[in-house]
Design a protein around this ligand. Sequence first.
Ligand code: ATP
Length: 678
Amino acid sequence: MEAEDLMVEVSEAKKSFGNKLVLDDVNMCVQMNSIYGLLGPSGCGKTILLNCLLGLRPLDSGRIRLAVDNRKDVGYMPQEIALFKEFTIKEVLRFYGTLFGLSKDEMKTRMAELTKVLELPEWNKRVGSLSGGEQRRVSFGAALVHNPKLLVLDEPTVGVDPILSYSIWQYLVKLSSTGRTIIITTHYIEEARNAHKIGLMREGRLLCEDTPENILIQQQVQTLEEAFLKLSQNKEKIEYASTNMNKNTKETPPLTLRNNEMFNWNRVKAQIMKNIIWMKRNTVIMFFLLLLPAMQSFIYSSSFGRQPIKLKFIILSDEISSSTSDLCNSYRHPYAGDLNCTIAKPFTCQYAQILNETFDVVYKYSYTEAKQDIEQNKAWGMVYIQPNFTEAVIERLNLNMHELTDETIETSEVAITMDMSNYIIGNFIKQQLLDDMKKFIQELAASCGVTSHHEFGKSPLKFMDPIFGGKNPLFAHSGLPGFFCSFCFYFTMIFTSGAIMMEKIIGTLERSMAAGMTYLEVVTAHLCVQIVLMTFQKIIMYSVFYYYFDFPMLGDPSQIFVLLFSIEAVGIAYGFLLTELFDSDRLVSYAGIGGTLAVFSLGGIVWPLQGAHYLVRSWVWAFPVSPAVDSYKNIASKGYNFMHPTVYFGFLSCIFWTIGLSLISYAIAKIRKYHRIF
Ligand SMILES: Nc1ncnc2c1ncn2[C@@H]1O[C@H](COP(=O)(O)OP(=O)(O)OP(=O)(O)O)[C@@H](O)[C@H]1O
């Protein structure tokens, strides 16, 4: 047989997954304008062999030669339906038509032809609403739409009724007579009698390759089923047949499938069109994608980093007792001692009143009871006031420090016992108690006609107006850059990896790749859609934070927008990397969440990085997103611009990480030889 007559020639092909040999020295010849039936039981290696033919997987060794070298000349129908269920029949055929560069008129004609031949249902029906057999016919139509020279069909008759199966075979016979070559796999062995040549496979080996008639004669049986059984039991003869099969073929250089162009706008257009249709059909998901940022911004702005209010706090005062529980209301009278203070005594009441402005003050009259309340989570702490507190305080106001006895000083002190299990609340209460005591002393001093600079309440510290920020900054303000940046990273990462994994899992990505789509085109189409989505999301979030909740913004908002886009680029690159690294969407999710948590923790939202371990502190500049969070903080709260090193370093870091992660993805893709990018 001359090599020029062959459409496909496989020589000594080997392929294994780990220790498992799935193609074992396969030799195969497919003549031009013929039907080649590749038969064998489930798991014998048929699909892997077809994938290798199409360049979707590499062989470990051996050679594959094709008489066509352009992907446009090949039509591939994978075993699984590999179509978006939300698409109509017309949209599916139009997608593949656009991908192969058909003009509108060509597409119309082909679609009409295929509808007739394959008895396709009405064009506006969605794939998901069709029966299994109908879906398979649409899938078949998608492989045929560009009228390819070589048609590779992986089990097109699975789940198809015998009548339709018969008509599909009739159509294949007609195609082969009009200059088309067909390779078809099936494990319904008998249906392949219509093929010009049959290859019988078992456990990765091609047991024999001949016309159906010759196989029946050689094996002296009536059916191909029987021939297959006989061949399977007779391994020695088979090995001889297999290794000698192609020894007459002339040596010609191997040909691999390629695209005419590395980057084709038609294919990008088809992919964008597909993404848009998917988004239109999944309005709930799209609504969620836009609603979620709005919700997150509202939740953050209204609940995160604000001062805790009305925390329960106990006053245990031995100046008053349970039997005189409303002492503060009924028995209070101005102190009429030496100082003529106008504040009523006992001073417990005045102090409690000040505390009550920020805390929810509860009176208790026994230490055990108060302690129990704290232990049972009913209060965050207690202040204990001694029996002669008021007198001791008056004495402290009256006398100078050196004239006071230790007993007076001790009696005028307020003892505090707290639940410090919550770091933030504990420290907030501490600060609040200090402020309240200061206020109490100032009011007391004023009421008693003593200067507010009296030794009793004097602090050696004086806080001047801050250079940046207010005197009482909100944690919500300083946490926002970390939150916003982490959200942008997370959202783009999850959207990117989700979109690619969905295509990978249902098989549409592999199908598009087999049809000539390059990874670069997939990325470009994805970016076009994602940029629009990202812009909307950012506008929503920015409006909530800075217009509705009025967060401080001293710098240029446009620089913040560009910065967030840079962070999103890192998120996208990370998302793509995950889809290259893992084949399981669960692993992608785990790695995605892990990455986001790292970004979140190192973004200074939960805790400033100035408090981190020195190894983290000294390397934080090299982590993704963290320098960008710093840039954001400096733009928003200090009004710095792009020329400031702390600002432009954030941008540079994002550019570096985007390029770095993309190169790693590219390298992995090359190593796995799964996708061809350029
Ligand atoms: N990615 C993979 N990793 C490991 N093993 C694999 C992988 N893909 C396929 N295999 C194994 O290779 C063998 C051949 O698989 P293949 O899909 O080619 O079978 P098949 O003949 O097409 O079967 P079926 O008719 O059921 O589709 C199977 O044993 C399968 O488990």
